[in-house]
Design a protein around this ligand. Structure first.
Ligand code: PEP
Ligand code: MN
Length: 372
């Protein structure tokens, strides 16, 4: 059950305690308070978890501070879009809004290999007016003999340089929960010049114990990459593990599915699921064209497959693009064939702009002629 409080209720209001007290009166029910911060409004939701079947909604509806009570028996209790529930408000982080209307592009290194690569990448982003990036420090590799990432050793200069080049948010994968502490410490030591989106890689999509620990911290939002060999429903349930532990600032990233039916692409592109995830949940949706396609040769029209699938995601309403770049792909230690280069950034962004405008026109058209 979700109890949505009136938007004017302040986070420290004694009225919230009244809601929690009523919840405490029901055996086997646990109440968790969550502040939902959106671009246009913030509100507080209280999630009741456990044996909520016998709990009457009226017990909460009669409280002055309660806007509505949603009985959720279906899937995706916290992240789902349920009948009667407020709009997908999303969240703010580092002064940026992440919701189902926003669009952010996060170009950066698949794997950090040197201070110089990080600096050249961030300088290129600053010149292009981009404040969001990706930087892989911990790399989950198929072979134990491949480069595993520089780990915590690179964090001090990644964060320092992010500050220097005004990068506000960096998507960074973790492969073990202990790395959250390493990131916390390095960020504090650097004076918190940037923010981190904790990335859960496709290989950890059902690492439930790690997902729970990620959900128990509030400092970092989460970029969850869909499991490459499981159903969409299973991936959305995995996101619920994070949300049910208290952190519902999650973005779901589509990155292609593992099957040789997608050959010659690295994975079978699944960006047709952008509107599906937006309909089923309140999460913003990211697309990763690099790990979907895996290579950057152009089609006869001169447009690379990476750009084509980026456009497919953006025209379907994607809210974020996570994409591999490298100042010198010949020196990249991970996924070199799919890395775009810094001079390719400006036209890549312009292409996205064209498609985003087309999406906005399509949305306006759909609003004029709604299909029921
Ligand atoms: C990545 O983004 O660096 C990555 C390893 O992606 P995925 O988990 O989708 O394979
Ligand atoms: Mn990669």
């Amino acid at each position: 059950m979700i109890i949505i409080l009136k938007p004017e209720t302040p986070p420290d209001s004694p009225d919230i305690q009244k809601v929690l007290d009523v919840a405490a009166g029901f055996e086997g029910v646990e109440a968790r308070k969550h502040l939902v911060e959106g671009a246009s409004r913030s509100l507080i939701e209280v999630y009741l978890i456990g044996a909520t079947g016998p709990v009457p909604t009226e017990a909460f509806e009669k409280l002055d501070c309660v806007e509505s009570v949603v009985r959720v028996s279906e899937k995706y209790r916290i992240l789902g879009r349920h009948k009667g529930q407020v709009e997908a408000v999303g969240f703010s982080y580092q002064g940026l809004t992440f919701d189902q209307d926003s669009l952010h592009v996060l170009p950066g290194l698949c794997a950090v290999d040197s201070r110089q690569s990080v600096e050249e990448m961030f300088a290129g982003l600053k010149a292009a007016g981009i404040q969001t990036s990706r930087m892989g420090a911990y790399k989950p590799r198929t072979s134990p003999y491949d480069f595993q990432g520089l780990g915590k050793e690179c964090l001090p200069y990644v964060f320092e340089l992010a500050g220097k080049y005004d990068i506000k948010v960096i998507a960074m994968e973790i492969v073990h929960e202990s790395q959250i502490d390493e990131i916390n410490e390095a960020l504090d030591a650097a004076g918190s010049p940037t923010g981190v989106l904790l990335q859960v890689g496709t290989r950890n999509a059902q690492n439930f114990e790690m997902l729970k620990v990620i959900g128990q911290q509030q400092r970092f939002p989460v970029l969850f990459k869909r499991g490459m060999g499981i159903t969409l429903e299973e991936s959305l349930n995995a996101c619920e593990y994070v949300a049910s532990e208290g952190n519902r600032n999650i973005i779901l990233c589509l990155r292609g599915m593992k099957t040789n039916l997608g050959d010659p692409h690295r994975n079978f592109v699944d960006f047709g699921h952008v509107p599906v995830v937006k309909r089923l949940t309140r999460m913003p949706v990211c697309v990763d064209p690099s790990h979907s396609v895996g290579r950057k040769e152009p089609a006869p029209d001169g447009i690379t497959d990476i750009q084509h699938v980026t456009a497919q995601g953006v025209i379907a309403g994607a809210n974020m693009v996570l994409v591999d770049f490298h100042p010198d792909p010949s020196k990249a230690l991970c996924d070199a064939p799919q890395a775009l280069t810094v001079p390719e950034l400006a036209p890549y962004l312009e292409d996205i702009q064209i498609v985003r405008e087309a999406y906005e026109k399509r949305r306006a058209l759909a609003a004029r002629y709604p299909i029921s």
